[in-house]
Ligand binder design. Structure first.
Ligand code: NDP
Length: 330
């Protein structure tokens, strides 16, 4: 059936300015790493994207390799755009993609060379049937390629009109500083950094967030729910169809140790006291830091998406709650 976006789609979402740029992003963004590949149900993914947009999620995050199979998430997203986001709706969307992980065989299908980065973007645009993406990322630092070359490729993508902004992902604080300086010198300032950040993964607090703030760069933490650990998903074992139950992906059943589960249960109790689900509290906990622009979630159903959006009803914590959470995470 034809999709007509909800007329009230901008009424409740919060939009935060991305660093010192002109762009505001929704406090919650949707990632298509899982659940949108050729192994997944297309109509389920399509329903999630429609629902997201109806709720004010204007930002969709992809990468060349999302699937499985690699590339299929971009193909499916392109198909959703063609079916549902016609007319001028493209102008209401911020679409991201990335290059940096293995994509095709041979020496030019991985890492950070100019050769790989620019041809990968062309492939992504073809798969999504787009003329440009809004944000193009270097997906990871390449220790063997000069930073000038990788950043130069991002700058070229913008000058070619194939990307509006550029971003970095998985760069350490030091690597980020070096990359920001090169981008600045080229006249293509970095819009945003995409690091892994959740209650269970706090490396960004050790310097990266300060570097981003000092340079006016936004921050979009990925896996804020630790791939589903920071939800009620695994409180009573590993349900069929959950990410930890599947052979593809990086969340394995043996990551859910008794020690982790104990922390999850105790965090869950605090969330319930706050009148939230654990997923909502985990997202609010990331959003409490003003250096964070938007949390980048995944969802395997419309229900999960709705639940996660409920986080925005209560993002503040009192000091006692924060201390209790610290005691559990320690
Ligand atoms: P999350 O930590 O948000 O995990 C999402 C998963 O958690 C869902 O697929 C679902 O798993 C479960 N879940 C979500 N909401 C709920 C809920 N309310 N209740 C119960 N379970 C829930 O993020 P992801 O790991 O998916 O990463 C998000 C995005 O970040 C990716 O799509 C990608 O765009 C980006 N990313 C970037 C990386 C990078 O290197 N730059 C690396 C990884 C991700 P289930 O399938 O079990 O239902």
């Amino acid at each position: 059936s034809a999709y007509v976006p909800a007329s009230e789609r901008y009424d409740t979402m919060i939009y935060n300015r991305c660093g010192k740029s002109g762009i505001r992003l929704p406090a919650v963004s949707l990632g298509l790493w899982h659940n949108f590949g050729s192994i997944d149900n297309f109509e389920n993914g399509r329903a999630i994207v429609r629902r997201a947009f109806d709720k004010g999620i204007t930002h969709f995050d992809l990468a060349n390799n999302y699937g499985p199979v690699p590339g299929s998430a971009e193909e499916n997203f392109g198909a959703i755009l063609q079916k549902d986001f016609t007319g001028n709706l493209r102008d209401e969307l911020v679409i991201s993609t990335k290059a940096g992980y293995h994509m095709w065989p041979g020496p030019y299908g991985d890492w950070g060379s100019r050769k790989y980065v620019l041809s990968s973007l062309d492939q992504s645009l073809r798969r999504m049937k787009l003329g440009y993406v809004d944000i193009f990322y270097s997906h990871r630092p390449d220790p063997e390629t000069p930073i000038e070359e990788t950043m130069g490729a991002l700058d070229t993508a913008v000058r070619q009109g194939k990307a509006l902004y550029v971003g970095l992902s998985n760069y350490t604080a030091e690597q980020t500083k070096a990359a920001l300086a090169v981008l600045q010198s080229l006249g293509t300032p970095c819009l945003i950094h995409q690091p892994k950040y959740s209650m269970f993964e706090r490396w960004v607090e050790g310097g990266l967030l300060d570097v981003l703030e000092a340079n006016g760069v936004g921050c979009i933490p990925f896996s804020p729910l630790a791939q589903g650990l920071l939800t009620d998903r695994y409180l009573k074992g590993i349900p069929e169809g959950s990410r930890a139950s599947k052979p593809s992906g990086f969340l394995k059943a043996d990551h859910i140790t008794p020690e982790k589960l104990d922390k999850i249960q105790r965090l869950n109790a605090i969330a319930l006291q706050r009148g939230q689900t654990l997923a909502q509290m985990a997202l609010a906990w990331i959003l409490k830091d003003k250096r964070v622009t938007t949390v980048l979630i995944g969802a395997s159903s419309v229900e999960q998406l709705d639940n996660n959006l409920g986080a925005l009803h209560k993002v503040q914590f009192d000091a006692a709650e924060l201390q209790e959470i610290e005691n559990i995470l320690r």
